[in-house]
Design a protein around this ligand. Structure first.
Ligand code: ADP
Length: 272
């Protein structure tokens, strides 16, 4: 960031599990109640979020019928119907992803996850969108790193970060995905030169269904669930996710996960 330009760091830190048994029992009850509340809120939010695109698709199909003899209007309505159904599809997919993550919480049988594979798959997932906007997605930093966790989850988190970086960047810009080791942890950073996030919104972007000014980027068809998935993955892995952002300059999201110190993968020359 340039000096004098306001920017902020926000950390979604994951607290260690409760320490004392007596307190733990009381906390357990409170936690159970909270979990139930969160679940109820989630169901209410999900139904609200699903009703919006479903309602829109229905209205658009009515409008298309009424405009049957105006091919230009029909084409416009069909375009919007396509956008709404894409959004609906993404919403359903992310809701399923989030509930899968919750079922796998805490992590069941963590293993070594090779970051090079995860990052290249994540970048591939956003390739079409990046090409459409002429955005160059570059990968750098330390290669051959492994983290300790669940591959599907790590992939979901990194894919969401890369896809956001592409969605919230202008045409002809660059997105960089880098990795580095820091005292037993691995930092995966996704850096963009995009629209950035207002400082007073940074605290909220990790909340489920929260979107910064949805009208500003309706066309990106976001769901507001991507970053809550990232935060959840950080939590189940005992890691964290941080964001730095300055409006009009770009954002950097850094996901920190525990390093796995397994044997490095054999290259082809190493194999007999
Ligand atoms: P969405 O599906 O809307 O992208 P997310 O949970 O992934 O939902 O992100 C929440 C909000 O945070 C987004 O709606 C967007 O306003 C903001 N955001 C996320 N990533 C970025 C980014 N790289 N640059 C600018 N804004 C971002």
């Amino acid at each position: 960031a340039r000096p004098g330009v306001p920017s902020r760091y926000v950390t979604a830190r994951v607290a260690p599990l409760g320490s004392r048994l007596v307190l733990a029992l009381v906390e357990d009850r409170t936690r159970e109640k909270r979990v139930e509340e969160v679940r109820r809120d989630f169901v209410a939010n999900v139904s609200h979020e699903l009703k919006t695109p479903v309602g829109a698709i229905r209205l658009l199909s009515d409008a298309m019928q009424d405009a049957a003899d105006d091919p230009e209007a029909v084409r416009r309505f069909a375009d919007r119907m396509f956008t709404e159904s894409e959004r609906l599809g993404k919403l359903v997919q992310q809701i399923i992803e989030l509930s899968r993550l919750q079922a796998d919480d805490p992590l069941d049988a963590p293993v070594a996850v090779h970051l090079d594979d995860v990052i290249s798959t994540a970048v591939d997932t956003s390739r079409m969108d990046a090409e459409t906007k002429n955005i160059q997605v570059m990968v750098g930093g330390t290669s051959d790193l492994q983290v300790f966790g669940n591959e599907q989850q790590v992939l979901a988190a990194v894919s969401n970060l890369v896809s956001n970086a592409v969605s919230y960047s202008e045409n002809d810009s660059t997105v960089l995905v880098t990795t580095r080791v820091d005292e037993g942890s691995v930092d995966i950073s996704v850096v963009d030169q995009g629209i950035g996030i207002p400082a007073d919104e940074l605290d909220r972007i990790f909340e489920r269904f929260y979107r910064v000014d949805p009208a500003r980027h309706r066309s990106t068809g976001g769901t507001g669930l991507g970053l809550s998935i990232v935060k959840h993955v950080a939590a189940t892995h005992g890691g964290e996710v941080r964001v730095w952002s300055a409006e009009g300059q770009g954002s950097t999201f850094t996901l920190t996960l525990p390093q796995h110190f397994g044997a490095e993968r054999k290259t082809q020359e190493d194999s007999p």
